[in-house]
Design a protein around this ligand. Sequence first.
Ligand code: HSE
Length: 431
Amino acid sequence: MKPVKVGICGLGTVGGGTFNVLTRNAKEIARRAGRDIIVSQVAMRHPNPDVTIGDVATTDDVQDVINNPDIDIVVELIGGYTVAKDVVMGAIANGKHVVTANKALIAVHGEEIFAAAEEKGVSVMYEAAVAGGIPIIKAVREGLAANRINCVAGIINGTGNFILTEMRDKGRDFADVLKEAQELGYAEADPTFDVEGIDAAHKLTILASIAYGIPLQFERCYTEGISKIAPEDVAYAEELGYRIKHLGVSRRTDAGIDLRVHPTMIPDSRPIANVDGVMNAVMVKGDAVGDTLYVGAGAGAGPTASAVVADIMDLARVLDVPASARVSHMAFDRIKDVNVLPIDEIRTCYYLRLQVQDKAGVLAKVTGILSERGINIEAIIQKEPADHANAQVILLTHLVTEKVMNDAIDAIEALDSTEGKVTRIRVEHLD
Ligand code: HSE
């Protein structure tokens, strides 16, 4: 069979990894794909010291790749929304298939991109966009296709998980760990995307769409980062038998769909609570299969290249197959009128930490505020004050709607006996 010719746009961490996997494993890849896969051309701004480019044609203009008549598949590994979008749309317009690792582009412009691809009869593959090396798109879109999926939750940002793990285990400084994550090629070009949860929100948006068959709605995903996690909350969580993880959570409920990324306390007995470092983990609950969990490296050259190359190979097998016989981009004929719940309407359990004056009746006032609103307390601890002035009170609640909890927190903060703000962390038992 005729070899498949690939053009790579972007030779950074992921582009370099992809080039190296395609060349290093060329024979195995050809045996699996049923034909040779050849890199014909690479568009790059700078050479990558980890790549020996050999006699492969290079250019500094992505248009050369998009317009190269020899190329069957354009691989977009530039990142961002501007040049990357031009590459993807230009390749589609020229009738070429596309592979991308760009979660931001898919989460924000996916609807437009898939519509253009469907019009042209080409495919856009994006396995590497979610959870790096874990084949989670394939698992949800194809492997679990028989199921009605009710929940997708996971640690879907390697940088954030790496930072939280190093801070917890080694007491390292936030900025120092972030710098290491950047050097290792885990972090986004703008690392606030990692630590403020935007990257995870991109990924959760994609996962929820293929799990429930709803349009991509990144703008409706609630996003809260890890930058305000205090070391004392990490320690109290451990004491209570929990771990704090930065989780993406999406649930299908009668009222609508949850779509939220935030620091979350999880019982330490749950496997996902023990997924550390740059590892990602995604839990998917289906009505037929039950609970499933997928774990693997969520960032870095090799793991991301593994997903990119698998997409190239899938395309190599179906290049001559009519578009109608390929797996559809978003898995479903999608339902448009699904309610994504505003954060006020989600129901979850909570961890609260507050500083109160150490005098009679203070705790009763706090618990009174909770009971007046029907909030059931699961556990309560009062810590002896170090300065003999204020006490720390730590509470765990049962399930409550966020707007009711916000109202209770306002009332607790308004008490004369409460000092400063109440710290609140959502708790998920994932059972
Ligand atoms: N910055 C991302 C992460 C890279 O840390 O998970 C992979 O998407």
